[in-house]
Structures are given as C-alpha cells and as structure tokens.
Design a protein around this ligand. Structure first.
Ligand code: ADP
Ligand code: MG
Ligand code: MG
Length: 191
C-alpha cells in the first residue's frame, strides 16, 4: 500500500471513530449530519479501494474524490471531493503541492477564505506550514490552532451562516474534520 493510500485509510478510520462528535458539533450550528455525511462517504471510499487497484496515487486520489462527490450529500461532499480531485492532479509534484492544490480547490469551489468559520480555517494554515517545510508536529499544530480559532468566529459560509451572531462560541464541524485529515497525514506520511 502506498503512503497516500495509508493516509486516506487513516482519515477514513478517524472520521468513522469521531463521527458522533462531528455530528454533535454540527447539531450546534448546522443540521447534525457532518459525522454521518463523512463517515458514509469515507466508508464508500474504503470499499472502492478494496475493489480496485490503481496505477498510481493520482488515480487513487481521483477515485477518492469521485466517490466522495457521489456519496456525500451536503456541503462537505463536494468540498472534500474537490480537495481530493485537485490533489490528484498535483500529487506527482509531492504531498505539499498536492495538499496546496486541494486547498485552493476547496476555496474556489466554496468561495470561502480563512476567517469564514469553515474547513479552510484548518486547511490553509496547514498548507502554509507544509509549504514552509515545517515538520509534521508543526503542521498538525497549525491545523489544530486554525480549527480552535473557529470558536469565536461568526460563520460567513454554509448553514452555520444562517445563525448569524449565534454561530459564535462553537467549534466548526468542518474545521474539526479537516484537522483529522491533517493528523492522518502526519501519522502516515510523517512516520
Ligand atoms: P451541510 O452543512 O450541507 O449539512 P456538512 O454538515 O457535511 O454539510 O458540512 C458542514 C461543514 O462544511 C461546515 O462545518 C464547514 O466547515 C464546511 N463548509 C460549508 N460551506 C462551506 C464553504 N462554502 N466553503 C468551505 N467550507 C464550507
Ligand atoms: Mg451539516
Ligand atoms: Mg446537511
């Protein structure tokens, strides 16, 4: 198994393990489905990885993206799907480049930026730490700090934005699942 496949599988494992907590976070400022959405999608991803073999990591990541887009309803399916589809196109240039391309794809697709209280608050600082050549512990710290910084923010994108000021004081669910994506990378690619 390639390191990239191990990363995807570890992300799937951690999302399934944390699904109740992700859904609880989404119950506070969304519609209580983030854990269910992502665990359904990533369970389908793991099934697809079992069923097929891939010539390279680009093909594998493309499959991951397509499965997420087709199995996850809600905002997070197209956004994580776009992340993996865009990462697929750049994995030949190395993990930091692929991660950056994925994050840029999420920002373009969701028309969001850091500070909007979304997964990008986690993903952008992680991409910057990777680009700066930081070690994995520092990359995880950057992601976790970005996640935690969503607590006081007022959401400007997604369902949480419907709450206006009442969205402040809560951790963003997508920022929390995105931190699992980064930790999964550190555990598998940084090992
Ligand atoms: P839905 O809100 O459609 O039920 P999920 O609950 O699966 O979808 O995912 C919600 C998460 O998606 C939010 O916590 C946020 O991090 C992320 N999100 C929502 N809209 C956007 C956007 N436009 N750009 C980036 N991330 C977004
Ligand atoms: Mg939701
Ligand atoms: Mg929903």
């Amino acid at each position: 198994m390639s390191d990239v496949e191990a990363w995807v599988r570890e992300f799937a494992r951690s999302v399934v393990a944390e699904a109740p907590r992700l859904t609880e976070l989404d119950s506070a400022i969304g519609d209580a489905d983030h854990g269910a959405n992502l665990s359904r999608g990533l369970t389908a991803v793991v099934a697809a990885l079992e069923d097929s073999s891939f010539p390279d990591d680009g093909a594998l990541l493309k499959k991951v993206g397509m499965v997420l887009v087709s199995t996850v309803g809600g905002a997070s399916g197209p956004l994580y799907g776009t992340f993996f589809l865009r990462a697929a196109g750049s994995i030949g240039d190395g993990f930091p480049a692929a991660f950056r391309a994925g994050v840029d794809g999420v920002a373009a697709r969701g028309k969001a930026a850091p500070g909007d209280k979304t997964m990008l608050d986690t993903l952008v600082p992680a991409a910057e730490a990777l680009a700066a050549g930081k070690d994995w512990a520092a990359v995880v710290d950057a992601a976790d700090a970005g996640r935690d910084a969503t607590i006081p923010l007022v959401a400007r994108k997604g369902r949480a934005s419907y709450l206006g000021e009442r969205s402040a004081g809560h951790l963003d669910p997508g920022a929390t699942s995105a931190a699992l994506l980064v930790t999964a990378a550190a555990v598998t690619l940084g090992a």
